[in-house]
Structures are given as C-alpha cells and as structure tokens.
Design a protein around this ligand. Structure first.
Ligand code: MRU
Length: 370
C-alpha cells in the first residue's frame, strides 16, 4: 500500500546486496525506518522483538530467514538450527510454524547445492501468495461493506472498528482486516475507521498511520472507547485479524479482541474476522483451552514509547515499581461471538462446519472432534 504516494511492501529482497529489507515497526508511528536482515539470528531478533509483527508477516519473514541461512550454509544442521531458532521466537502466531514447516519439507529432500536457490524461490512464493490471499480477503469483505453502504442514509460513511494492526504492515501487503477497507476506499465507498489503540504496544498507532498514509479517513481511539461507540450506534461492523484460528472457529487475536467481541455481541454489531487459511490450526479443536498465549516482557506494560517534546523518541514509566505486572499478548474469542470468518475462499460461519465447508480437504478433522 502507499506511504506518501509511494507503494511499499512490508518486506522485500535486495538482489544486489543479497539481503532482506523490512520496515522496522518498532518506531512507527513516530518514525519510518527501514532495516536490513541477513543472518538467521538477525531474523530471529527481528521477529522476537517485533521489528516485524503480525502473523502473516512473521511467516513470510521466517521464510526469508531460512533462505538467507541456506545461502550461508545449506547443511542439514543449519536447516534444523534455523527452523528451531525462528520457531522459538513467538509462540502464538501459527503462520510462523506453517512457513517454517513448509520450508523444511521443501528443502530437506533437496541436494545441498540446490537448497539456497530453492529456499529463496519458496520465500518469494510465500510472500506473493500472502499478497494474493489478502487481496481475496478484500474482495470477499468488500461485499459486506457494500451491503452496509447500500442500507445507510445518503451521505453517511460505513464505520468500521478494528483492533491492533491487521493492516498491510502485519502482512506482506493489503492486510487482512484492512483489505476490505482498502478495497472499499478504492471502490469509492465512503468509509470511516476507528482504530483502537491496543495497549500495551499501541499497534493501533500503526493502523492509524497506515490508513492516514493511504488516505483513509479514521479516528484513533483508546481501547476502552470501543464499547461506548458500539452502544451508541457509531459502529456498523467490527473487522479484526487473527494469529491462530482453531478448527472449531475460535479466534485468537491481540489482547482486547475478546472484549470488543463481547461489546459487539451485546449491541448487535456484526463482528467479522479476516484471515488467510495459513492462520488456521487444523490440529486444535478448542481455541479457548488449546491455543498457547504469548506472555511478553513486563517492560511493554510498565513503559510507554512516544515522541518527546524535543521531537525524539522516548520511553516513560507509568507504573509504580512495586506492582506485579502481567502481559498476556493475545486472547481467544469463541466462535459463537463471531458473525463470520472472511477467508480467501469466501465467508463462512466461525464453526467446524463453516470451516469444513470452505476447506473440505481438512474435513477429516471433524471426525476427531470430541
Ligand atoms: O503482537 P502482534 O502485533 O504481532 O499481533 C498482531 C495481531 O494480533 C494481528 O491482529 C494478527 O496478527 C493478524 S495480522 C493480519
């Protein structure tokens, strides 16, 4: 999508320097910085410390990490090492494991000298697939927004609330939750987005930044405002992303998503989740009890980062030194609170039957349900 009129992706390969460029998201929305990654360890740091983030982008980054490692050392040991190093970085987003398994399955049977090129080719494929998948989420999600627009009084925008950043910066391009929004804007539909702040890391600021940079009207709101807006008829639809979706339609996403879903349910506001199928964990049958929730460093809660009065990025402490701190990074929204899952194959119920209808190749898993 666009930043000041220039098209960017969140990750790209530099053929001349044979390394990988990323937008270093730690500094957004205050500063737009680019970083370069070359070694497997650098890729692991970038994922763990959230230079890159968002489930689909984490997967694509891991694939490029494997490719760069294979260029340096294509042995079985190196493949095994980079798989483990990257897999340990973030536990909740299943796209990480999905991409790493795909790389290992593809590369392990190959001769050592064929691995570097094959690994890079596969990383490109994973990145391109992500762009196309997210484009399709937008095509399907646009139908929902069109329908709402058709029933709005003349001159009123369709108002979408989203949480965290499930935008193009969380994917390779388009975003998941934002793809229907960008498609609606391109189709000339009047659209207005409420971007929830998303404490503790304030990914809502990234969402506001990318929407604004692309010319989409929006408001940045504190997390606690979402329920109030829904109660007063100011939200037409909620669309969020997910880091892992269980086979029963339960959705794990950024902490606070569950509260948005409860408020939407109580106020009859449609609540949709946009997801590439790479985010579905077909091995889990109950998202609430089975999805591992990442616990992140307490410093994310005790300190807040922003631009100081001197125009420089600074962190300030906001908690007393003696308080216990807890920082679960995700929560799980049960499928019963979700109106539908927007996938690259269409929209379905957030249930085993709904998912099995769109992805029949996985229908066998239904037989394993308790
Ligand atoms: O901790 P983050 O910033 O990586 O969490 C990101 C989210 O929760 C997104 O909503 C999710 O990955 C979907 S991204 C298209």
């Amino acid at each position: 999508m666009k930043v000041d009129g220039t098209h960017y992706r969140s990750i790209w390969f530099n053929e001349v320097t044979y390394d990988v460029g990323i937008i270093d998201q730690r500094w957004l929305p205050s500063e737009f910085r680019i970083a370069t990654l070359k070694t497997g360890d650098q890729f692991a740091t970038a994922i763990r410390d959230m230079w890159v983030r968002g489930a689909p982008l984490i997967g694509a980054t891991a694939a490029y990490g494997v490719a760069m490692e294979m260029a340096a050392d294509s042995s079985d040991q190196a493949l095994d090492h980079v798989w483990h190093t990257l897999n340990e970085t973030r536990p909740t987003a299943i796209n990480l494991r999905w991409a790493l398994d795909r790389c290992r399955d593809h590369l392990a049977p190959l001769a050592l000298d064929a691995r570097p090129d094959a690994a890079l080719q596969l990383a490109h494929e994973i990145a391109e697939e992500d762009v196309e998948t997210n484009r399709m989420l937008g095509v399907h999600g646009l139908a929902l927004i069109r329908d709402i627009a058709a029933h709005k009084p003349q001159g009123e925008p369709v108002r979408v609330l989203t949480h965290c950043n499930a935008g193009w910066l969380a994917t390779v391009d388009w975003g998941t939750a934002t793809s229907p929004i960008y498609h609606a804007a391109e189709a000339g539909i009047d659209i207005y987005v409420y971007a929830g702040e998303t404490r503790p890391r304030n990914q809502g600021g990234i969402t506001a930044w990318e929407l604004g940079s692309h010319g989409v009207q929006h408001a940045f709101i504190v997390d606690n405002a979402g329920g109030h807006l829904m109660q007063h008829g100011m939200v037409d639809i909620v669309i969020v992303g997910t880091d892992r979706t269980a086979a029963n339609g339960d959705v794990c996403n950024k902490i606070g998503t569950y509260l948005k879903a409860l408020a939407a349910y109580d106020n009859n506001v449609p609540f949709y989740v946009a997801l590439p199928s790479s985010t579905i964990d077909w091995s889990l049958y109950d998202g609430v009890s089975e999805i591992p929730i990442e616990e992140r460093p307490v410093e994310e809660v005790t300190r807040v980062q922003g631009l100081g009065q001197d125009g420089k990025i600074a962190k300030v402490s906001i908690t007393p030194p003696f308080s216990d701190i807890s920082n679960p990074a995700f929560d799980v929204t049960p499928g019963r609170l979700i109106n539908g899952l927007i996938t690259e194959r269409g929209i379905c119920d957030a249930s085993t039957d709904g998912l099995a209808g769109l992805f029949p190749e996985h229908v066998i898993l239904k037989g394993k349900l308790p």
